[in-house]
Every structure is written in structure tokens, then in C-alpha cells.
Design a protein around this ligand. Sequence first.
Ligand SMILES: Nc1ncnc2c1ncn2[C@@H]1O[C@H](COP(=O)(O)OP(=O)(O)OP(=O)(O)O)[C@@H](O)[C@H]1O
Ligand SMILES: [Mg+2]
Ligand SMILES: [Mg+2]
Length: 467
Amino acid sequence: MKENPTKQIIGCEEWCAFPDLGLPAIKARVDSGAKTSSIHAFNVQKFRRQGETWVSFEVHPLQNNRRIVVRCERPIVDKRVVKSSSGISETRYVILATLKIGDQAWEIELTLANRDSMGYRMLLGREAMSGRMLVDPAISFCMGQVTSETLNQHYGKREQARSGMKIALLASNQELYSNQRILEAGEERGHVMEFLDIKQCYMKLDAVEPEAHYRGGSILDDLDAVITRIRPSITYYGCALARQFESMNVLTVNNSTSITQSRDKLYSLQLMLKSGINIPTTGFANSPIDTNDLIEMVGGAPLIVKLLEGSQGRGVVLAETRKAAESVINAFKALRANLLVQEFIKEADGKDLRCFVIDGKVVASIQREAAPGEFRANIHQGGTASVVKITPTERQLAVKATKALGLMIAGVDIIRSKNGPLLLEVNSSPGLEGIEAATGKDIAGMMIAAIEKKLEWKRELSGKRHK
Ligand SMILES: Nc1ncnc2c1ncn2[C@@H]1O[C@H](COP(=O)(O)OP(=O)(O)OP(=O)(O)O)[C@@H](O)[C@H]1O
Ligand SMILES: [Mg+2]
Ligand SMILES: [Mg+2]
């Protein structure tokens, strides 16, 4: 690096700027103990642009002010895994940006960190200062103070209305295809999308002022809608969070009640029957004494045994003979597993239908066909998907099933029997990959559009908030 004839003396805090990030003023903590400089970023999202990997992120440039948000986008130049004091590893992206202090400007590496959200928004590390600066820890703001009027000029406008909505995706793994697509589709339609990891949300139960918080203490008080994609294993906590957002008058899609209902397989099948929807004849019993009668109930072997906690086809077993059925049922019972027994729809020939329902309409349907020698059509069990034209009866059945559970978005699985279509199950977090790939439809975009419609957000009004 070129040596400057005279090195600039700076103090332990300084105002600086990142013109190419749209940050005309940000206060930095000067920390020669840190190698790399970092900026406190949130809503960090990786995306592809013209073959390059980029990251978008948001910065609250001013300390103790979460209302002012600057959104930035840069190519990713590196990735570092950092282990926090609590032992959780996090991947942090590194970007390049031009740093301006006083009248000097040069490019530095900047790590996108998730640090204490109320403290300094930026740390200036030794690598960035090397050859240019000397630090006098006894002093502050050698490069000048920034008045609140100036800050107001810089950021005042940003406090005003955003054009899009702010939509959070409440889920567990940001990298999943479906989650990536939802975030992308929301951004594409002009909204601010935020990924919230269910396990990092917490809440204040309060009758008057219920609050939802996110790791590090940020308060989630400016959301218009939350898209809930809750894994079966964290249904309990995920639904509690969804209820919290509901008590704050935030639209949840799907809502907590409908998810809770759809996760309870017995209850949801009962709700289906109550709405006049046909399902394969199904039995449920607790005691092994009743196994024989249970088998009779569904018309004998061959039959299907399903674990109530199963998913993606795991825990669905075909018992071809009565003996096999008895052994499987009793073996599962001995393991204290909850199961149901179901008539085997042989004529379906290893095929089922997946109908994607949004806001009372089937927007796409695929047929899934089991791999040779397999009866389960799940993609996770090697099944293949293809576009299919469904009958009006099947369409009605899918819509009715979704309504019966109160879901706004659902993946409805239907099996074609000799007596017409039968409902297998309704998923409240249907995957997008298989259905988007097979149909070429922008299902994620349709999900966002349904939220826009529900909240009466209109593109023409994009200068104003919808509320
Ligand atoms: N009664 C049945 N007769 C014939 N085939 C069935 C029957 N029930 C299920 N199958 C086949 O097995 C597959 C998996 O069954 P199901 O959808 O009930 O469980 P799952 O996919 O594991 O559950 P979840 O989707 O809740 O995770 C179905 O997609 C279908 O191909
Ligand atoms: Mg299924
Ligand atoms: Mg399912």
C-alpha cells in the first residue's frame, strides 16, 4: 500500500461516510484490536445478479434510532464463519465499499455483522486504517462533529413512508428454495422482505402492548404481514409467535389457528368429513387389543398405516397382508407411536395430485408419480412431478378442504380412487420447488399478490402506505 506522507490522527470515535452505500454519515468506533471493519447490518439476504452473488442488507445508520433504514446492495467478496460468545456459528458476508473520513476516501473490506443493535453501527478495524491513520484513544471526533441538523438533512426523508409493504418470512432455513423464492418475489414486487428465524424471535405477552422481538433486541413493530412457514417440529413455538403477531394486528399467512388445525391429522380429517369431503376410510385406536377390529374397519389388507408425526412420506407403510398389517400396527404401538390405519387406494397406482391453493383458488396442480416399486408419490421418496389437468370436482375438493381448515395458502393432496377423488392431506407450508419447476408458474409471486390484495395494497398508490 502507498504510504501517505503524513498519517492522519483520529480518535476513538469518528464520523465517516460510505457514499456508494448511500450512507452520508455513520459514527464509527475506532477499534485497532479488530482486524476487519464491520457494519451492523440486518435483513441480510444473498441473491444472484448477472451470474454474481450479491447481498442486500439494511442499516440503521444512527445509534438509538430504528426508524431510519438505509437499504444497500453489494457483491459478496468473501464469507467468514464467526462464532459468537453464545457458541452459535454465523456466516458473515464481506463486501467492498468506499470509506470516506475527512477528505480522504479509499476502498475497504467490510464485514456485515449482527452486533449489539443499540451500540455503534460500525467498527473501524486496523486493516482499513493501516498506513493512513494513527489512533489517539484519548480523543474523539478529530475529523469533525456532525450536527443533528446535518443528520436530519441526510436521513430526514428516509423516515417517511416506504413505497412497498414490510413483509416478514417466519421460518427456519433461509436457504431453502421455497424461502428464497418468497423473499425474491416480495422484493421483486417492491416490498421490503425480512427473514425471521423462528428460534430467534421472542415475545412480550402484554394485554395492551404485545411485542415481538428479534435477536439482539430489535422490536418488530413495523410489519404489515408475516408469511408463516413453520416446520412440523416447531409447530408449537411457531404458532405461538404467529398468534403474537396476530394480537399486534399483523396479517399472518397462514394464521396460527389454521396451522394448528392442519398439523393435527386426526382433527383435520374430522374437519374434512364435517365439510362433506371424502377421504379414504380411516381408523384410529389406542389399544393393541383392538388391532383386529381396526383392520376390519378399513376393509382388511392390503392397507396403509400412517404415523401421525410422519412427513414427506416417512412413516407411511403399505401392509400387503393381514399378518403384515397386524405386525406393523402392533410394532408401532409398542413404540408408543400414534398411528392411523387407512384403506389402500390401489387403483391410484402410486399417483397422487398436489393442488396449490391460494386465497380460495387452485393456482397450479401437479401429478406426482411414485418411483417404480414404490406406492408413495412423495418427491422425497423418489417420485416425479408432471403437469396435470384436474377435474372441476377435484378443484372444488381442494378449495373446500383449504377453507375448512381456514388456510389462505395450502398444498392439498388428493388421490384418485374408483369412487372419485379422495382427500389425503392438507399442508400449510407447501413446498414451491416441485410445483414451480413442473408448471413454470411464479407461485411465490402469487402468494405475495394474495397478501397485497388482502391488505388492499395497490401499486398505483405506492407513494403511500396502505394503512
Ligand atoms: N390410502 C392410501 N392409498 C394409497 N396410497 C396412499 C394412501 N395414503 C397415502 N398414499 C401415498 O403415500 C404418500 C404419502 O402419504 P401422506 O401424504 O398421507 O403422508 P406424508 O406425505 O408423509 O405426510 P405429510 O405430507 O403430512 O408429511 C401419498 O402422497 C400417496 O402417494
Ligand atoms: Mg403428503
Ligand atoms: Mg403433508
